[in-house]
Every structure is written in structure tokens, then in C-alpha cells.
Design a protein around this ligand. Sequence first.
Ligand code: SF4
Length: 577
Amino acid sequence: MRGCPNGCRFCQAGYMYRPHREKDAELIIAEVDRLVTRSGYTEITLASLSTGDYSGILDLLKNLNDRYSSRGVSFSLPSLKISSFLLPILREVKVVRKTGLTFAVETPEEQWQLCLNKSTEAEKITDILKHARELGWKGAKFYFMIGLPPSFNEDEENAIVRFMQSLYAQVPMNYTVNVGTFVPKPHTPYQWAPMLDEREAFRRAMYIKKSLSKRFFKVSFHDTFQSFLEAMISRGDERAGDIIEKAFRAGAVLDAWEEHLDKNAWRSAIETADWDVAAETLTGRSFEKPLPWDVIDLHVASGFLAKEREKSLKGELTGACEEPCGHNCGSCRGERSIRQAGRNAEPGTGTGASQPDGDCVKYLFSFKKLDAAVYLSHLNLVRIFERAFIRSGFQPCYSEGFNPQPKIEFAQPLSLGVETHGDMCAVELKGNPGCAELERACNSALPEGIGITSIRALPANPDGRKPPSLMSLYAGSDYTVQPDGTSSGLSLEKVAEKLEGYFTRKNITNCGVSAGAEFLEVKIRPHSEGRGNILAILREALDTDEPLGLGLSVARTRMWAGTGGKGEADYFSVFNV
Ligand code: SF4
């Protein structure tokens, strides 16, 4: 869905994307099918500004679960407006994976809620949480804003603390509380409103953080200086452009990432401006004077916004957008109108198109990861294999519990930057596919640089005992170390010497290095210093943080499995396949 029918008076997106238009269920199902079969996704968010208001959301969820739950595909909904929170939605959402439970309450007092054009009874929240806990949820997330017009001059920080404490008293769960500073946004009924200054916003947010016990609550708040910047940029006129340029030239980039936000660059640009940036940004605007953004027409009449502001002062609600519209904002005209979704999607068949069923069969396979693929992390690799199997039409088996994961296991994660010609992995799949077909199909679905080199099905243990995990059998690896062709100045002889020195110093006897003309062969076995991470050993032996930065490339050539004290062998032999 684009847009939202609700018209919360602080929400710019709610006015900007009017009128709301829903996508037909048929089209959504076709898009989900493409995401699952062509991309292999198993976690899909049904996104919009207010998904709970998508008409037929329950039928759609049921239909999608009927089609995809057996394939381990889960559907989550972004934060839902509480009044449209039907428990059946919760039940459908949790069918495969219980996704986060998020409540955008914004302000704690019901009278303040009405001013925002929201109505959320605290009892309703408690009811929903009680049911959610019965359905297995352990926690929930709450969003609040400080400095909203109805509570600007109120003791809102204490009200938020009381609200959360009372909730915990009624429904003890792990609560995450996120506090943001309200920024009066253009093209909303609150565009004329004042804003809290940084110091006061920080004081209120810190009070909430300190007052809610860390044992039951995890409180975080949006950087109050960043909120001030958002306000300066969103309600500033041309002069704000000069400050942006000045800050950029002083080094400000990636400001949306708190770790990169260069406050000094911004503060100096603001302090050297020839106008009082803070005062003009934070102060309420006059109704008589033109606003900098009046040059932009979002089809919502300013008269409508002014009336909505009046209603906010009285705590009067305005109904949701519907046809016929009883409170024309000016957005629906001509072809522009609300669009309801068509509901004529074929019902799901409960198994999902042609999905293999039956027991899980475990497959052991070796794979290569070369060239640019070395920069894909281990977690990426798990997802890449899961998706490659799904895109190839095979069905991974999933673990039980709160967050089912594909049954894929690796003998030992490979460090970022290290190549491999034969890492070992195992996957459980439904439907008993043939190994040749598996290898062919998956290799055409895997990204460049990654490929299955050999795959065998593991026979089920006659006594039903689970086979040992690959990691429990891990007995070590062989590597090659060679120059990567960039100038490094560190000769292979030097590397070999330092490695030997390291093994001797650490009294490690089951590891070794042998020098070849163009590369070193390094044998690493678990030892007193650890399970044998090649990069960790090179870091210490070469006394550098970045061994791969020294013009060396490292590749794992073989992995060995223990045979219960009788030496080591390759994994396929240990599993007799
Ligand atoms: S004209 Fe009415 S229905 Fe259309 S967007 Fe505005 S308020 Fe909503």
C-alpha cells in the first residue's frame, strides 16, 4: 500500500502520500512468489505506512501462509497502529517465525493521543500483550516522541515512565523503549509548532532512561542533535542550504550514521551562520507569514491543515480516509482517489506450489569460495547457500522454535578474505533430490566465485541417532600462502621463518610450514592456542593487524576430520560416502 488512511497529525508521510492506494492481493502474491522462487528469500515484510489498515490483511496473510509456510517463509508486518491490531493477525504472523512486536504509541496519555488524531486505549495494549505472551512472544518494542504539541509543556517524561511501568506490572515482558524528539514537519497540521531544544530534549530522554529499570526495560533515544539537524533541514529556507554546504566542505558525510555524524562540522557551520539558526528552527511559526515550503504543493490544502491543528487543540478526532470523504483535504480530485485492493486472489493450497515433502535427507558437500567472493562474510554465506537451494527448487529443512533457521552447518567458518578450494558443509533437504542434479542446479544459482565441488547424500543412521556435527569432527586444515602480486616486501622465506618461529615460541608441534617455489604450504591443527584460525596465527607471527594487507593471499586447500584418535581423514571418508 502507498499512503495511509489515518492522518496522524505529526506524520508527514501520511499527508505526502495521500490518497492511500492499496496493491491488489494477486499482485502481492505474484511478487512474493518471485522473491521466494527467484531470490530465495524466506523473511518477507509486508510493508506500508500502516499495514494493519490494508483491507483484507488477514485473508492475505492466511493466503500467503497457506502457500509458503511449509517452505519456511515468514511474513512480518512493520509497526502496527494498535487500534487495527487484530489478534488473528498475530496468530498468522507467528505461523513460521515470530517477528518483532512493535507498538508506535508516540505519547502515553489518551487525551494527548486524541490530539494527535490517534486513539489507543491502554487496556487494548495490555490485552494484546497478554495474548502475545500466550502465543510465545517474550518482548515488545515501544516508540514514543517527546516534545509533541499536546505534551510540549507537560511532564511527559514522567507520563511515559508511568505508562511503561504500569504495563510491566500488568504484563511482565522484556520491553524495548525508543524515544525520539518530535520534529514539526512541513505539510502537516503541526508545521507551525515549536520544537524542544537539544538540551531539554536530552534532559527528558535521559530522565526516561534513568527512571526505567534496566532489568525490565532497554531504553534508547535518537541523538537529540541529529533531531535538531533534521528540523533545520526539513523546515529551513534557502539559508539552510548554505549551512549544509559549509558542513559538507568541513567534512560532514554519512550523517545518518551516528558513528559518522561529524557534529563539530555542523556546529561550526551553524555557529558561523549570519542568522540565529537555533531560534529560527525551534520557534513556532506565525500563521500570517508565508512558510518556506509554501512553494511546494502536495495537494493537501493548507486550510485543511490549519483546521486539523485547531481540532488537535481540542482533542478532536478526524476519521480515516474513505469514500465518500467527509473531510476533504484536497488530495482526492480527478483521477487521484483512494484505491482499495482487489480481493480476488486464488486461495492458497496449503502446500505451496509443487514443494517436495517427506523426510529430511542430509547432504555433505565441499565447496569453493574464490576471487571476490572472499569478501562475503560467513553469515552471508549461510544465507547464500540457503537461497541457492531454494532458487534451485529444493526445500531446506528448518530448525524448530522461535526463529527457525535452515539446517545448514559448516565444519569451520572461513575468515573474511581467505579463499577455499574445499570447505565442508552439510545441509538437510526435503524430497531426496539426486546429488548430480543438486550440484548442477545449485552451481547455476550460486554467485560468481562460489561453487559446490562435490556432494553426497548421507545415509540415515539405522538407530536414528543424529550424525556427529561437522564442527565436532573438525581436525584441522591445510592452507597455501602466496604473494598476491602486489608489492609487499615480505618474502615467502620471511613468512615461513616467522611462522616457524611462532610455532616454536608457542610450543605448537602439530602445525607446520613447508616452502615451495611459489607458495608456502601451512598445516594448521587445533592446538593449545586455539582451533587454528589461519589469519589470527599470521597476525601474531607477522606482528601485523592485516596480514592480507601485506601482499599475501591465503587459501584453504583441505579440511580434515578426526577419526576418534585414529588420526585424520577427509570428511567424505569419515562419513563413508
Ligand atoms: S480527500 Fe479525503 S479521502 Fe482523500 S486523501 Fe483527503 S481526507 Fe483522505
